[in-house]
Design a binder for this molecule. Structure first.
Ligand SMILES: C[S@@+](CC[C@H](N)C(=O)[O-])C[C@H]1O[C@@H](n2cnc3c(N)ncnc32)[C@H](O)[C@@H]1O
Length: 206
């Protein structure tokens, strides 16, 4: 398993999970090996066949289902839903109008501010957040729990836990500095906007 999936697994604090969009099934294999009951699902039959092939290879008996998101799944049999490696809009569509577990572990490819805002509206708070850098790619994994907490705009944007993570903040600053270097000279508005963001981030990094 790569560093990203190990980080996802490290946030599991329950006994049973639904691995939505399992693809190769590696996460379910790792978690089953650690005594967690897993249901590995994917919208693609090809992916589920790939996962079943891997389960057989490791001599593991893991439940599988081909389905779009959480359709036709009895979520009450599990304590955690995991969705990793999809975009925020797909993730929100999957979660909409479903009977959701008390814990959600989500790693979205994009639009994480929107993800935090929308899951807060759904009645979840951010219990933990992990940031990892793998192959020069940033990944954020968030564990949401049922309940309410108040958040600031900064919490939604950077993360209530990640705003205290100096590695993350420094990587964000470096990313913005690289973007500034590529802005054409005439685009002063964009440059000033980014400089303001860097100033805000620098305050957090001190
Ligand atoms: C980039 S892979 C991520 C695989 C794995 N979860 C991970 O984090 O490495 C995305 C997977 O989600 C599946 N997928 C996409 N949309 C889905 C949906 N609506 N319901 C279930 N699976 C979906 C794809 O078929 C693919 O296997």
């Amino acid at each position: 398993m790569n560093k990203r999936l190990k980080a996802v697994a490290s946030l599991v604090d329950g006994k049973s999970i639904i691995d939505v969009g399992c693809d190769h099934g590696y996460l379910s294999i790792y978690l089953t090996n650690n005594g967690i009951k897993c249901l590995a699902t994917d919208i693609s039959k090809y992916c589920i066949d790939k996962a079943i092939h891997n389960f057989k290879k490791y001599n593991m008996n893991i439940d599988t289902k081909v389905t779009d998101g959480l359709n036709d799944i009895d979520t009450s049999l599990y304590d955690t839903i995991i969705i990793s490696g999809m975009g925020t809009h797909t993730i929100l569509r999957i979660l909409k109008d479903k009977n959701l577990t008390d814990t959600l572990i989500i790693s979205s490819n994009n639009n994480i501010e929107l993800l935090r805002k929308e899951l807060t509206k759904l009645g979840y708070y951010i219990d933990n957040e992990i940031y990892i850098l793998e192959n020069n790619q940033k990944y954020i994994i968030i564990r949401f729990k049922k309940g309410n907490k108040d958040y600031t705009d900064l919490d939604y944007k950077i993360g209530p836990i990640l705003k205290n993570n100096k590695d993350y903040i420094n990587d964000l600053i470096n990313e913005k500095k690289c973007i500034i270097d590529k802005i054409p000279n005439k685009d002063d508005v964009k440059r000033i906007e980014l400089q303001d963001i860097i100033k805000e981030l620098t305050k957090l990094s001190n």
